[in-house]
Design a protein around this ligand. Structure first.
Ligand SMILES: [Zn+2]
Length: 442
């Protein structure tokens, strides 16, 4: 598939502005913390323009008051010294914190000695056979490994993850119980959602009851996997996922690696069911959704329209290869697209860096978003939605009442941040330090 033309890229970035909002995290409730002021924070205030369009990003210094885990006030810098705790950000740029929307925190070797990866044989079924042998031995380390990965995520500026978690005939819900325990312990510096993920199949391995137990044990999303290629039956697999979701009143996040012949059919069947069950509208995410890569632009646009109508979203790793995910087309049609790092040093893959800013950086290169405007607006891929400026340059973030989920970086604007990927100096979740260090006291 050819890359979309530049004007489509621009429309894509503008189209998502209205579309990408995230439901509040189940476990990321506001946590009261001492009120304090971040002084001399750089915030974006608008775009400069010339005859050719956006020529730069305007910024100014502000004092940002944080209280009760939220942005309480934003005032121009230079006012009188505030009473109480205050830090001098010294002109560091403040951006919304990042969100990793597809990661497997329950089955990583991160932090262990290097395990030489082996060539994958027999596709996903071959990998599942390996996993079935490995999982029991990994159980005792699930919490410690998840902890290490959350540390890594936070160090990269992410304070929220939607983690997939195996629910399968080998471990049942044991990974889920351990992962939830590990993530609950990270409150209030890290928010999360957990997808009950039937990695080894659902109806094909009679997992329905175990999936229901997983939802009762704290999973926030019902997962699914390739209904035809892995689970052995489009209608039974899809309908079972939907029924569990309806009964649990939970959203869906389905792994879809299938080729176009069967993957598109799965999307269409779910879209048809959403029409019948309006409570599912806006509650379905497809992870990967590789089937879209085989469509030509007109076909991809039709599917994107169908998905937008059903309120479906896509979580992507922005895979690199001969085929390209039509992310600009999805965005242009109003389908929210989220970034995930997926596998981080495990037996499925070793390239995950736990850095969704890197995903935005890759997307900018793949889709030609290489000017100030494109780089600036692409930040939304890393944040899962919020950006400082609207496509027309109005200041959108931060506003009083917004969660104090922020990253401070040593760059001049969002565009430079996406292009240069600087160290994350200060990372706050609900106003609490999640990684890095507070600036010096003011
Ligand atoms: Zn995955």
């Amino acid at each position: 598939m050819t890359l979309p033309p530049a004007d489509l890229s621009r429309r894509a970035l503008m189209g998502v502005a209205a579309a990408a909002t995230l439901a509040p995290a189940a476990s990321a409730a506001a946590t009261a913390s001492d009120a304090y002021v971040l002084r001399n924070v750089r915030l974006e205030t608008g775009y400069d323009h010339d005859a050719d369009g956006v020529s730069g990003t305007k910024t100014a210094l502000f004092d940002v008051r944080i209280a009760g885990g939220r942005i309480a006030a934003v005032t121009p810098a230079g006012g009188p010294k505030p009473a109480g705790r205050a830090y001098d950000a010294g002109g560091l740029l403040m951006l919304p914190a990042f969100r990793d929307m597809h990661i497997h925190l329950d089955k990583t070797f991160y932090g262990d000695p290097w395990r030489p990866p082996r060539l994958k044989k027999n596709g996903i079924p071959g990998q599942i056979a390996i996993e079935q042998r490995l999982l029991p031995g990994m159980l005792p380390g699930v919490e410690a490994h998840a902890d290490r990965l959350v540390n890594l995520l936070q160090s990269k500026g992410a304070t929220f993850a939607r983690s997939q978690c195996n629910v399968d005939p080998v471990v049942g819900i044991q990974n889920l119980v351990r992962l939830k325990r590990a993530l609950d312990r990270r409150d209030p510096t890290f928010g999360h959602e957990i997808v009950a993920f039937p990695q080894h199949g659902l109806v094909s391995v009679h997992l329905e009851q175990t999936m229901r137990e997983a939802m009762a044990a704290g999973a926030t999303h019902v997962g699914g996997i390739d209904p035809t290629a892995v689970d052995g039956g489009l209608e039974r697999s899809v309908d079972t996922v939907l029924q569990i979701a309806l009964d649990a009143k939970a959203p869906i996040d389905m792994h879809l690696h299938e080729p176009a012949e069967t993957g598109i059919a799965a999307i269409k069947r779910i879209a048809a069911r959403v029409e019948q069950e309006p409570s599912l509208k806006g509650r379905v995410t497809f992870s990967h959704c590789f089937c879209l890569m085989s469509l030509d632009d007109a076909e991809a646009a039709d599917m994107a329209s169908l998905m937008a109508h059903a309120g479906m979203s896509v979580a992507s790793t922005v895979p690199m290869g001969r085929k390209v995910m039509p992310i600009p087309i999805l965005l242009a049609k109003g389908v929210p697209v989220y970034m995930g790092t997926d596998t981080v040093v495990d037996f499925w893959g070793v390239f995950g860096q736990c850095d969704v800013l890197l995903k935005a950086w890759i997307a900018c290169q793949m889709y030609g978003w290489s000017d100030e405007f494109g780089l600036s607006q692409a930040l939304r891929l890393a944040t899962g939605g919020p950006v400082p400026l609207s496509p027309t340059g109005e200041q959108l973030w931060p506003r009083p009442g917004d969660p104090a989920d922020v990253v401070l970086v040593r760059t001049s604007c969002a565009a430079e941040t996406v292009a240069r990927m600087p160290p994350r100096e200060t990372v706050l979740h609900r106003g609490v330090l999640a990684a890095g260090a507070f600036p010096r006291a003011a």
